[in-house]
Design a protein around this ligand. Structure first.
Ligand SMILES: [Zn+2]
Length: 881
């Protein structure tokens, strides 16, 4: 498809479909290269549509085999059919049926959209518009139909046949080696939620009874021989179902719930009704192949996809502009689930780290867009951190703003009112306006205005009057297509921290007293707190109550006091992050004096030393977060322009090393105290101890390389779980030399035949911040563990390299050229994965002029390549615009 042909699709142009499809009867006869699809559609004119409209069905690379209307073959003059669509020129103005036959080649489908084969398993991915690669259809989310699906396949090849809904019948096909399964899904759904799976699969299963008393059979399907790795996913599923009943009052609504893991998958997972299909990375777990982080992500993603059953499936999106309606809300729900299952403060810190590194950076670059975009060329490029993570922050702010009770009533109203419909953000917000009695029209700007707001805060203390005055000002920088910005509604949770902890909050008007929540919705605001008996430290954006940048000029001494005294865990963590950020921004600027870090390093070392001695064992997971400095990429974003990645990296390395040296005397004792005895357990407390212990290992590796290398070798050889062994590898990558290469080789040997573990091995090497890494990565592309055809391998090795701040951004431009070449090569087979990879260029404009020129050249090279997919050309154009 040519770039120039891609039309811009606009939210303002939305109009309802002229036709509706009440039922779909699919008869799919699976074959690796010639799958026959017969689709019987019951159509009728949409009362809300145009009355004289032709019927235009979507298609993508389809070939029509037969077509009949109400059972009669249609004359060729009555329609036009091509790979991209099927048009009936003058359909009857009444209900009628259409039978469409197509034939498709799953084995040749390398785009992994529509029906394809992955390691001998047939599977589908239809969101956003993959269903049109299976049959001609009104492939838009506001056309919701009841599906009945008959699947047929050779018994030996596909003994398991799954689709959405409940199983109605199975049987043999007489006189053949084939069998069939008939599935019926009573819940109307859009085509993007259709799914089928066929193959030889093992499974684990469990009975579940919902709070409403419905008996449900839960099952997780995996490649043969891997059933013993499916238990954690199954257990997570049962736990999140119970949680959704308790917290959101949502019960499951079918007799079966199936999860299937496949090894070739473009995304993380997909919430198809009753049949979730997962990237196997987010299902398979045992202590030998999954880290603590993997256990936590599996739990979170299983929950995310399950929660979609209500927020996404029962209530779907009217159009793709409303994507955040299901994604932002469902991310919020899965974050809440994980917070309840694990440590809430630690989960919040981890989520904010992700938000800042992925979404703030998107907001700061050429790919910035609102949570609800107004126009797109390729919707696949809008499955972004802005829609997901910032979309979740908007829900979180809404809850803070209107309070827990009104939020809960609003959710109940939404479930009640919008069930079975394809909804909009406006309909969603109306429920909360009603439940809270508040006007949310200004708040709705969060969906329309892109960019990260900055809050500039300053305070004055008047000792004589015992008054503390806090001044706030907000602004949002311009983003593509939005030069002028309006003030946002920012819920600012705050406190005043005194010598003994929080001071009471009293104002003259009493407007902000009590709960410490200030709704900051104008360009500026001044609040005078009365009866303040000592100079306080303002603690703002507690719990990160709004996704904003905060500029607050506290002294290092105040930040250190805040770290020890703030009652808000998030801001305790933030206080030390702020000290480190400020020092790294100063030292990471071109021409800065690296010696300037010395004083801060000493202060941080002292503070962390005291903290580790007093508190570390009380909450090791939190301590691990405290110990981890902001990433070099965060510092680059803070500096914002003329960024020199090498200068930032050197400063970062110097500070980490200095902190490690200061802590060195305590490290081995602490590591010993944190050792977990007995067999591996995946629970949050054990994971927290490992996290801190391994954070300390990284510091030893930097501060005392010889001692660190020995510890890494020992931990790798004696470790009984992947978390510790991978941490040993990661720490060893910080120490150049022969021992590192030996451990890298040992790791590959130990995990040969474990592709998901080798992904981590590939990534650990791609992240080494040394000039030789590019050659290493080129070499690894020839390793048998790597394949350009598998999205997980590409994300690990090439995606890992593109996330390597200093090596992707090499001054000679070789890093850009390498990634650009791969994007172009990959685009021919898998445009979605290619365009994701091209998104790594999203921060190129903030670089210093030399690198900027090199990055622009590489992007230009991609943009000028003939016959680019719409996915890649869209990103290239926007990145260069
Ligand atoms: Zn989702």
């Amino acid at each position: 498809m040519r770039t120039d042909d891609a039309p811009l699709i606009r939210l303002d142009d939305y109009r309802p479909s002229d036709w509706l499809i009440d039922t779909v009867d699919l008869d799919i006869s699976l074959h690796p290269t010639q799958t026959r699809v017969r689709s019987l559609l019951a159509l009728r004119p949409n009362p809300a549509g145009q009355t004289d409209a032709p019927l235009v069905l979507d298609g993508d690379e389809l070939a029509l085999k037969a077509l009949s209307l109400d059972g009669e073959p249609l004359d060729a003059s009555a329609y036009a059919a091509g790979p991209q669509g099927l048009t009936l020129h003058a359909p009857p103005r009444r209900g009628f049926t259409l039978t469409i036959e197509t034939e498709i080649d799953p084995a040749a489908n390398t785009k992994l959209m529509g029906l394809y084969r992955s390691s001998r398993v047939y599977c589908t991915q239809c969101e956003a518009d993959g269903f049109r690669r299976i049959t001609y259809f009104l492939d838009r989310p506001d056309v919701m139909s009841v599906y009945t699906v008959r699947l047929e396949a050779a018994k030996a090849e596909a003994p398991v046949l799954l689709s959405n809904g409940n199983l109605v019948a199975t049987g043999e096909v007489p006189g053949s080696d084939r069998h069939f399964a008939l599935w019926h899904d009573p819940h109307p759904k859009p085509a993007y939620l259709f799914a089928l799976v066929g193959g030889a699969l093992d499974h684990v299963r469990q009975d579940y009874v919902t709070a409403e008393g419905r008996k449900v059979e839960l099952a997780v399907y995996v490649e043969p021989g891997k059933a013993d790795r499916a238990g954690w996913a199954l257990d997570s599923l049962a736990r999140c179902m119970r949680w959704d009943e308790k917290v959101f009052g949502r019960n499951y609504d079918l007799d079966v719930f199936n999860v299937v893991a496949v090894s070739d998958f473009n995304m993380g997972a997909m919430e198809n009704k009753g049949l979730n299909i997962f990237n196997d990375k987010y299902v398979l777990a045992d202590p030998q192949i999954a880290t603590d982080g993997d256990y936590a992500s599996i739990e979170a993603i299983i929950a995310h996809e399950y929660f979609h059953n209500w927020t996404g499936n029962r209530i779907t999106c009217r159009d793709w502009f409303q994507l955040c309606l299901k994604e932002g809300l469902t991310v919020f729900r899965d974050q809440e689930f994980s917070s309840d299952e694990r440590s809430r403060p630690v989960k919040r810190i981890a989520d904010v780290r992700t938000l800042r590194s992925t979404q703030f950076s998107e907001d700061a670059g050429p790919l910035a867009h609102p949570v609800r975009p107004r126009a797109y060329k390729e919707i696949n490029n809008f499955y972004t951190p802005t829609v997901y993570e910032k979309g979740a922050e908007v829900i979180r702010m809404l809850k803070v703003l209107i309070g827990d009770d009104a939020f809960k009533r609003g959710m109940d109203l939404y479930f009640e009112r919008c069930d079975g419909t394809a909804a909009t953000i406006e309909e969603f917000l109306a429920c909360f306006a009603e439940s809270s009695g508040r006007d949310l029209s200004h708040f709705a700007r969060w969906y329309e205005q892109a960019g990260t707001p900055t809050i500039v805060a300053s305070g004055r203390y008047d000792a004589a009057a015992q008054r503390y005055t806090l001044d706030l000002a907000q602004s949002t920088p311009p983003t593509p297509g939005q030069a002028e910005k309006e003030p946002m509604v920012l819920p600012v949770r705050l406190g005043l921290v005194g010598a003994e902890g929080d001071l009471p909050l009293r104002t003259q008007s009493n407007a902000y007293a009590g709960d410490g929540l200030v709704v900051f919705d104008g360009p500026s605001l001044s609040i005078a707190f009365e009866g303040v008996t000592e100079p306080p430290i303002p603690s703002l954006l507690r719990g990160f109550s709004a996704p904003a940048r905060l500029e607050l000029d506290l002294s290092e001494a105040d930040l250190l006091r805040q770290f020890t005294r703030d009652s808000d865990s998030f801001n305790r963590w933030q206080a030390l992050q702020s000290i480190a950020t400020r020092a790294l921004v100063a030292a990471g600027r071109p021409g800065a004096d690296p010696g300037a870090l010395g004083a801060t390093a000493a202060e941080l070392g002292r503070a962390l030393g005291g903290f580790l001695a007093a508190d570390a064992l009380a909450d090791p997971a939190f301590a691990a977060q405290v110990l981890r400095l902001p990433a070099p990429a965060d510092i680059a974003r803070e500096i914002g322009k003329d960024v020199d990645p090498d200068a930032i990296f050197s400063a970062h390395r110097a500070l980490s090393t200095a902190i490690g040296s200061a802590l060195l005397p305590r490290l081995s004792g602490l590591r010993q105290a944190l050792e977990t005895k007995g067999p591996y357990r995946a629970d949050a407390a054990s994971a927290g101890r490992r996290a801190l212990r391994n954070e300390l290992l990284g510091l030893v590796a930097l501060a005392a390389p010889a001692e660190g290398a020995a510890l890494c070798e020992q931990q790798f050889e004696t470790g009984d779980n992947l978390t510790d062994r991978l941490a040993a590898l990661a720490a060893m990558t910080l120490i150049p030399g022969e021992r590192r290469e030996r451990l890298i080789a040992r790791f590959a040997e130990a995990y040969a035949g474990e592709p998901l573990v080798l992904d981590k091995w590939l990534m650990a090497q791609a992240l080494i911040a040394e000039p030789a890494t590019l050659e290493r990565v080129r070499g690894l592309m020839r390793h048998p563990a790597f394949s350009l055809g598998n999205p997980n391998r590409v994300r690990a090795l090439i995606g890992g390299f593109a996330a390597n701040l200093t090596q992707f951004n090499r001054a000679d431009g070789e890093g850009y050229g390498f990634v650009a070449d791969i994007v172009v090569a990959l685009d021919r087979t898998n445009p979605q994965v290619a365009s994701r990879l091209l998104g790594s260029f999203k921060s190129w404009r903030m670089l210093e002029p030399g690198r900027r020129r090199q990055a622009q050249e590489a992007l230009g090279l991609v943009a000028r390549t003939p016959n680019l997919s719409r996915d890649v050309s869209d990103i290239a154009e926007r990145a260069l615009a």
